[in-house]
Design a binder for this molecule. Structure first.
Ligand SMILES: [Mn+2]
Length: 653
């Protein structure tokens, strides 16, 4: 019975009492017969009303007793049915009492240390968060009421199961393409072509069938796949085994074919999944194929596979299309700016010069952006000499001068890099809207915003190779002096480590073209010769090399000496020449608070993946990273960890 009602009842009782007292007083003072009758009547009436009121209030009371009174012993059953448990603990966090749920579950923990029984609950004593723990293979949500030293537990197994099921059923969309498919078929005889077609198809179909994937072929070498999150997670656990299975099958046929997979996930909108998948595919492709790239709304991009060097595209159709598109863009522009990467080396500088020659052929006013403070040493010597050339008067401009130009219809060609953070000057990227990117590095996440044209060919040895190839398809004749050709040739030399790594037939075709243009090979080698001091420094680094795992060498520079990145790379190249060495890492200070790692490898180890773990990037066999730290020893530790991680991942594949 509520307080309000009790008050009302008491009020009525008092009014009735007063009425009776007044009637009684009336009879005492007046003592007439009428007053006696009245008093008697009021007395009887009030007695009846009292009785009615108390009967009614007793009825109300009966419906209002607390849950505990009603349940009594039943409470324990109610708690067990609701999956609710209580644990009381003392100030030493020993369990002093548990509710009946635990008896029901045959768990006797009274007297035990709470955190010994469930170590995960420790976090409940640090912050007030709710924690989910496993008890007898059921999931319980636990809340800690610190004041009363009581844990409230709620069985949430069903809820968690349903929400997991819901997550598992989320849809993923994937694009799967076969790299090098058309080329393989073109070159094969009729019978091999037929088995390439049927086998490659069968491998993908079998994979789809085994994993419950809906698969549809949309072009001769491309498939669209739809599957759920559970299947995706299984592929992640398997490290996308399908990539290796497919590659092996192709090898058995004597073909070089791999898969590129782009997956979109983590969205409820199908159109968005499709877009994510498609852009993931182009990312996989531009990183050299043979990998799965996963894009989702809620997680950073993930890469799987990529354990083979990218294969050269044997047909030149793409180069021709790019050449024509680029010519069209140049012709439409008023003037052209060319920009390489920071610490410009011979490939960056040589590519800039090659591009300059092409734009000149179309009669466009062309500038090369150069930062003399950020040029690799030997490139600097050559660039300074070139400045005196009549042909180059006013061509080299600083980033600041470039920003002062009227750039209403300017074209900016970015060569040998595609990340704004690596460009000589990233401000210019924001000022100029018409941009073209020509690069041979595998694509990273960071990319120049909205270029008109992107020519990214990770299979090419150097950017010089890519641009010299484009010369062939130009309608105008491109004039290149002997010295320019020599500089470009030097770019190819440095990026292929003197034609040792990443060399394809197209590399030699481009080199031959440069020779035709009078490149002086002897002079090119001279550009790259080291002086006495550099040779000694290089030696002092290679001396420190130690074995780290099979075929891996790590060497490092002096702890307090600052080196150029090129020097680190050179020391690495030297060590890679040792027989049996598969990968080489050189760690050294390149700034007051900057440590660089230069990584080189033969075909066996993907140093790009290792450098990516440390925030760097590059190619399969040539990669690097920069760390913001002073301590070389710490950097070496981080490197060893990254190598271990990579090797573990490979092992489990
Ligand atoms: Mn390069």
């Amino acid at each position: 019975m509520t307080v309000k009602m009790t008050r009302l009842r008491n009020g009525i009782v008092i009014v009735l009492l007063i009425e009776f007292v007044l009637a009684l007083l009336g009879y005492i003072f007046i003592s007439s017969k009428t007053s006696l009758v009245l008093a008697t009547y009021i007395f009887i009436k009030n007695i009846i009303i009292f009785a009615l009121i108390f009967y009614a209030s007793s009825l109300i009371n009966e419906n209002n007793i607390s849950v505990s009174e009603v349940l009594n012993d039943e409470a324990k059953n109610a708690f067990i049915f609701g999956g609710l448990g209580l644990i009381k603990y003392d100030k030493n966090r020993n369990i002093s009492w548990t509710s009946d749920l635990f008896t029901e579950m045959k768990i006797n923990i009274v007297g035990r240390k709470l955190l010994e029984w469930q170590p995960l609950l420790a976090s409940l004593f640090e912050d007030d968060d709710i924690k989910v723990v496993d008890i007898n293979s059921r999931k319980f949500e636990v809340y800690n009421s610190k004041e009363s030293r009581m844990l409230y537990l709620k069985d949430v197994s069903d809820y968690i199961e349903i929400s997991k099921e819901f997550e598992d059923q989320q849809i993923c969309v994937a694009y799967i393409t076969i790299d090098n498919y058309d080329e393989s078929i073109e070159q094969a005889d009729e019978q091999t072509a037929a088995s390439i077609q049927s086998n490659s198809r069968q491998v993908i179909l079998d994979w789809a069938k085994d994993n419950g994937v809906v698969l549809k072929r949309y072009k001769s070498d491309g498939y669209i796949a739809v599957f759920n999150e559970r299947t995706y997670r299984k592929q992640v656990e398997d490290k996308f085994k399908i990539l290796d299975i497919f590659k092996e099958q192709a090898e058995q046929l004597g073909q070089v074919m791999t898969l590129s997979i782009g997956i979109g996930r983590g969205s409820n909108i199908l159109r968005e999944l499709d877009e994510l998948a498609f852009s993931a595919l182009s990312l996989a492709y531009s990183r050299g194929g043979d990998q799965a790239t996963v894009k989702s709304n809620d997680e950073p991009i993930r890469y799987f596979g990529g354990n083979s060097e990218s294969y050269e595209k044997s047909n030149m159709i793409r180069a021709r299309v790019i050449a024509q598109t680029l010519a069209g863009i140049i012709k439409k522009s008023d003037n052209v700016l060319i920009m390489g990467h920071k610490q410009s080396d011979f490939d960056s500088f040589g590519a800039s010069i090659a591009m300059y020659a092409m734009c000149k052929a179309y009669g466009k006013k062309t500038y090369i952006i150069i930062d003399y403070d950020s040029l690799e040493e030997k490139t600097k010597t050559v660039a300074t000499n070139l400045c005196d050339d009549e042909r180059y008067r006013g061509v080299f401009i600083s980033p600041l001068r470039a920003q002062e130009l009227n750039m209403s219809n300017t074209l900016l060609v970015i060569v040998d890099n595609h990340k704004p953070s690596l460009a000589i000057d990233s401000n210019i990227l924001d000022i100029v809207s018409n941009k073209v990117v020509i690069d041979h590095h595998r694509r990273g996440e960071e990319f120049v915003e909205l270029p008109l044209l992107t020519y990214l060919e990770p299979a090419a040895s150097s950017t010089v190779e890519l641009i010299v190839e484009l010369f062939e398809y130009q309608k105008e004749e491109i004039c290149v002096t002997e010295r320019e050709a020599t500089i470009m040739y030097t770019g190819m030399l440095i990026d292929t480590n003197y034609f040792r790594t990443r060399v394809g037939t197209r590399t030699f075709q481009a080199a031959a073209k440069l020779k035709e243009l009078q490149a002086n090979v002897g002079e090119a080698y001279k550009y790259l010769e080291d002086d006495y001091d550099t040779t000694l420094t290089k030696l002092s680094i290679t001396q420190t090399a130690y074995r780290y795992g099979e075929g891996i060498l790590i060497a490092f520079g002096k702890l307090d000496k600052i080196y150029s990145r090129t020097l680190l790379a050179k020391a690495g190249n030297e060590l890679l020449g040792i027989s049996g060495v598969k990968a080489v890492f050189i760690v050294g200070k390149t700034g007051k608070e900057e440590i660089s790692i230069s990584a080189r490898s033969t075909r066996d180890i993907n140093v790009q993946l290792i450098m990516e773990k440390l925030g760097g990037g590059g190619h399969f066999s040539m990669a690097a990273c920069q760390l913001d730290m002073e301590d070389v020893t710490r950097a070496i530790n981080l490197l060893e960890e990254a190598v271990n991680m990579y090797l573990d991942e490979r092992k489990s594949e």
